[in-house]
Ligand binder design. Structure first.
Ligand code: COA
Length: 177
């Protein structure tokens, strides 16, 4: 069995990705991704994700300034394990919620060290996109994410208070020397 690696989304992970998405939906997560539509046109879904120009990050407000985003997947053999999304820059919204980088491990694969591997392996890609300081924001009670970010060299800047628009967030920076 091979080691896990970070790759561009691709066709060989179809079965595993669809299974993972069903798992996310069962846990009440990623509901914005339409399982039926993706099952029917997985090829088109992957093509959009791999757009050379990067995806448009779905902002909290439809009228907010759009930001390019690169999506990479953590995989092992033909198994899909998780994703990292790297925004090429942060806008006003992302400074408060979302940051440059977000990441997720599919529910059934959590607690096995993959979260650490995912962010660690994403560090060169983040830098390669021209990001010298990467912002990551997380909920204050997200202890696993905090462990991962600090393991990858992130330092806490502050904790924002909840507003009518944004939930409270701890804001971390990973700075490249
Ligand atoms: C956060 C997330 C990525 C963690 O993934 P994971 O694969 O379970 O993480 P790991 O197994 O690599 O564990 C990372 C560290 O957190 C610790 N940890 C895991 N769950 C924990 C918990 N509930 N409380 C405290 N620490 C926890 C682990 O012990 C490990 O620390 P250690 O190696 O120093 O002992 C995963 O839970 C997830 O996808 N959550 C939803 C999305 C999210 O919150 N993303 C993060 C911010 S965008």
């Amino acid at each position: 069995m091979s080691a896990s690696k970070l790759v561009k989304p691709s066709l060989e992970y179809r079965e595993s990705f669809i299974e993972a998405l069903a798992e996310y939906h069962e846990a009440g997560l990623l509901n914005q991704l339409d399982l039926e539509r993706i099952s029917k046109d997985y090829e088109g879904f992957v093509e959009d994700l791999c757009d050379e120009m990067g995806q448009h990050h779905q902002n909290l407000e439809p009228w907010a300034e759009k930001v390019r985003e690169t999506v990479l997947w953590l995989v092992k053999d033909t198994d899909y394990i998780g994703f990292v999304k790297i925004r090429h820059r942060v806008n006003w919204h992302l400074e408060r919620f979302g940051g440059h980088v977000s990441f997720s491990i599919r529910p059934s694969m959590r607690g096995r060290g993959f979260g650490k591997k995912l962010l660690q392996r994403a560090l060169p890609s983040i830098h390669a996109l021209g990001i010298e300081r990467a912002l990551i924001t997380i909920a204050p009670d997200n202890h696993a994410a905090r462990r991962i970010i600090e393991f990858c060299g992130g330092t806490l800047q502050d904790q924002t208070s909840a507003t009518d628009r944004f939930p409270a967030q701890m804001r971390f920076w990973i700075v490249y020397d």
